[in-house]
Design a protein around this ligand. Structure first.
Ligand code: IMP
Ligand code: MG
Length: 175
């Protein structure tokens, strides 16, 4: 398989600063809880959280799994749950990518049952043409991208490539 450079780490950092500015002004005085969806969202969630240093905020993690190889299995498994009490909290759910939206829809339903004050979604990447849930509208989006497989900056192919600092896209012409 061949991948070509798609989004540089510099571009990612610039978008994160922009999203952090919005969060910083919208959540001033509210102590939001960032919920990072492991494993893929780890680099984005940590960088975004650190870029929000001017507000009080907390960070926690949940672990889900739905992908095998380059395709969604359609079944979303919760591998590690949340310990925190979410009641009355302002939640910012942080995802690496929204593809079909299945993961996010399941997670939203699970979290809403815990009675938070609010839930917003921050996703680094969004594939609008792959979305199977038209009602799902992420609040903060880094980049809208085509329905192609990508890797890097947290996104993996069977566990590998998460440590690449830039994002790469599958080059179907040469694969
Ligand atoms: P969804 O449930 O189809 O929206 O898929 C969400 C999850 O699938 C993401 O959190 C990623 O972990 C994974 N995923 C979706 N698209 C890609 C991709 O292009 N590359 C790597 N992982 C992906
Ligand atoms: Mg993920």
């Amino acid at each position: 398989m061949n991948f070509r450079p798609f989004i540089s780490n510099t571009q990612i950092s610039e978008r994160i600063s922009g999203i952090a500015d919005s969060i910083t002004s919208e959540y001033a005085g509210r102590n939001p809880l960032f919920v990072c969806v492991l494993n893929g969202a780890a680099p984005f969630a940590v960088d975004l959280f650190r870029a929000c240093e001017d507000i009080d905020a907390e960070l926690t993690f949940i672990r889900l799994k739905s992908y095998e190889g380059t395709g969604s299995t359609g079944v979303v498994k919760e591998v590690m749950g949340l310990g925190e009490n979410l009641e009355g909290r302002d939640i910012i759910l942080v995802e690496d990518i929204i593809d079909t939206g299945n993961t996010m829809v399941k997670l939203l339903a699970d979290l809403e049952a815990k009675k938070p004050a609010s839930i917003r979604i921050a996703t680094l990447l969004f594939k609008p043409d792959a979305l199977q849930h038209p009602e799902l509208k992420p609040d903060y989006v880094g980049f809208e991208i085509p329905k192609k497989f990508i890797i890097g900056y947290g996104l993996d192919i069977d566990g590998l490539a998460r440590n690449l600092n830039d994002i790469y896209i599958l080059d179907e012409e040469q694969s």
